[in-house]
Design a binder for this molecule. Structure first.
Ligand code: MG
Length: 210
């Protein structure tokens, strides 16, 4: 497999891993509140949990990763590992693109937990990119949940599927509510790419651009 392959750019938190479900349990402990007092419908930044009065998002996130092994112990989103294995078997190159290194001074912990987690659920990937500017690495189609990422990728001309959760309900499609829909949308994009029926790339074609 080489760069002439069809590349799927995959976000991890909130797309392959149940980031918000895991964070909710850790936040309940950290805030010392019953789990059911923390709403499941959260916006990006978790304002609904009133974490600012206890130190804020960055502090909770650091606790979750360094003390509760968030990146190693979170549950996968239903069907995500199995669908990624199927897409990989179809010849699609899985390129994981995550901004997990935004947590400073804990890079070894973040990377080690991430790789262990990917292995433990047998999630296939060719490339593992830790970076904020997801459009800079290139993919034929991206899947992401964070509104700012989806909007930036689309503004850059990158075909981007939004993976539904409570942080992104206002965004326009294409949208997948579950991983079976991801599979369908990605296979559609693959077929269009193979047959050349639609110009998917809008200037972002990693194979044809100079
Ligand atoms: Mg995400």
């Amino acid at each position: 497999m080489d760069e002439s392959s069809f590349i799927l750019g995959v976000d991890l938190d909130g797309v392959v891993g149940d980031f918000y479900g895991a964070m909710r349990k850790i936040a309940a402990e950290w805030l010392d509140k019953p789990l059911d007092t923390l709403p499941e419908e959260v916006s990006y930044g978790l304002d609904e949990w009133n974490i600012d009065e206890s130190g804020g998002y960055d502090r909770l996130h650091r606790f979750a990763v360094t003390q509760r092994n968030l990146f190693r112990d979170m549950q996968p989103i239903k069907d995500a590992p199995a669908v990624l294995r199927k897409l990989s078997t179809r010849g699609i190159r899985i390129r994981i693109i995550t901004h997990r290194l935004f947590l400073k001074y804990s890079h070894k912990t973040s990377i080690t937990q991430t790789v262990d987690w990917l292995d433990s659920y047998d999630i296939p990937y060719w490339d593992l990119c830790f970076m904020a500017d997801k459009g800079a690495v290139g993919a034929h189609v991206y899947i992401d949940d964070a509104p700012s990422n989806v909007e930036r990728l689309r503004a850059q001309g990158c075909r981007t599927i939004v993976f539904s959760n409570s942080t992104n309900r206002d965004l326009p499609g294409p949208r997948a509510d579950n991983w079976l829909e991801v599979e369908r949308l990605v296979l559609e994009a693959l077929e269009e790419w193979r047959t050349g029926t639609v110009d998917l790339f809008e200037g972002m074609d990693v194979n044809k651009s100079v």
